[in-house]
Write a protein that binds this ligand. Structure first.
Ligand code: SF4
Ligand SMILES: [Zn+2]
Ligand SMILES: [Zn+2]
Length: 310
């Protein structure tokens, strides 16, 4: 096979089934991301963006992309959160530190231990021993989002960018459909978060229409290492089941994930109208925006902290 644009050899297949050489694959990927940014008004000229980095491929590729895109270098920075997962996050983050140092990107590094007083491993242990029924991914997701939002707001960033791709979004849509959770569905999309609340920094997903496969190819073409270290808690993850299910379905019906996300976007305005939380309260403990009188992050802290030793 040869590239459809220049007839060179060495081809990569895009989501739309086109065969492209490395140069034209990069162009295809970048055009798609820029189109997403423009169409969904993700990032405006002069805005400051904080890239939420996990040390994994998707967020590192995104950091690289935005670093090259945004003209004023001080308008882009990275944030990394070490949740305290033994033998996992420390390994993942070491590559990110090197990546940022080489390019001169400002990296804000935080840990659950310093910020909340406990690691994720400690919280999971406490939850299990005391039957608190707090799942690892729930604790991890809520506390990480809370920390990143607080830091972004304090440092004056107007957007937090995440490396979520089309596969991630298809999984999240399916998970919430199956759980019968329309209010969570109403919170999805390429740009999320409360618009008119200065305490909440909006989150953007520039890779919303790029598949996992496309992300991986783009990472390799840009010399970004792709590692396969997995979080030890991922087996307790409902997402994993949905991911495998959608991958099986995609192999039988190509394009099914793309169809799922596109159809979802068509009904998203209706979901927002019907199920978005109209009133946002302030958390009585930390003052952050919250749908209830105490936010989920404070609720987790209040349940874990009494069991901490020392
Ligand atoms: S798999 Fe769960 S616990 Fe592990 S990093 Fe992801 S969200 Fe956190
Ligand atoms: Zn080509
Ligand atoms: Zn709170």
């Amino acid at each position: 096979m040869v590239c459809e644009d220049c007839e060179k050899k060495g081809v990569y297949i895009s989501l739309s089934g086109r065969s492209l050489c490395s140069k034209h694959f990069k162009k295809y990927f970048e055009t798609k991301v820029l189109r997403t940014i423009r169409k969904y008004d993700l990032l405006r000229y002069g805005e400051k963006v904080l890239v939420a980095c996990s040390g994994g491929k998707d967020s590192t590729v995104l950091l690289n992309f935005l670093w090259n895109l945004v003209k004023k270098r001080e308008n882009v920075a990275a944030i990394a959160v070490d949740e305290g997962i033994m033998g996992y996050r420390d390994i993942k983050l070491s590559g990110l530190v090197k990546f940022c140092e080489e390019r001169g990107i400002l990296l804000q590094a935080y840990s659950f231990k310093e910020y909340y007083g406990f690691t994720l491993d400690e919280a999971v242990k406490i939850s299990k021993e005391n039957n608190l029924d707090l799942k690892p991914c729930y604790i991890c997701g809520v506390l990480r989002r809370n920390l990143i939002n607080n830091v972004a707001r304090e440092l004056g960033f107007s957007k937090v960018a995440t490396g979520h791709n089309l596969d991630d979004e298809a999984q999240t849509i399916m998970m919430n459909y199956l759980r019968g959770n329309p209010s969570m569905l109403a919170r999805l999309g390429p740009k999320t978060g409360v618009v008119n609340n200065r305490d909440f920094v909006q989150r953007i997903k520039p890779f919303y229409f790029c598949t996992e496969k496309e992300d991986t190819i783009y990472a390799l073409l840009n010399g970004i290492e792709v590692d396969f270290v997995q979080c030890p808690y991922h087996i307790e993850n409902y997402r994993l089941e949905i991911r495998d299910f959608l991958n099986r379905l995609e192999s039988i019906i190509p394009g099914v994930k793309h169809g799922l996300v596109n159809n979802f976007l068509r009904i998203l305005p209706l979901l927002k109208k019907e199920f978005s939380t109209s009133r946002i309260e302030c958390c009585e403990v930390c003052g952050n925006p919250s749908a209830k009188n105490i936010c989920r992050a404070c609720m987790i802290r209040m349940r874990i902290t009494p069991f901490l030793r020392g």
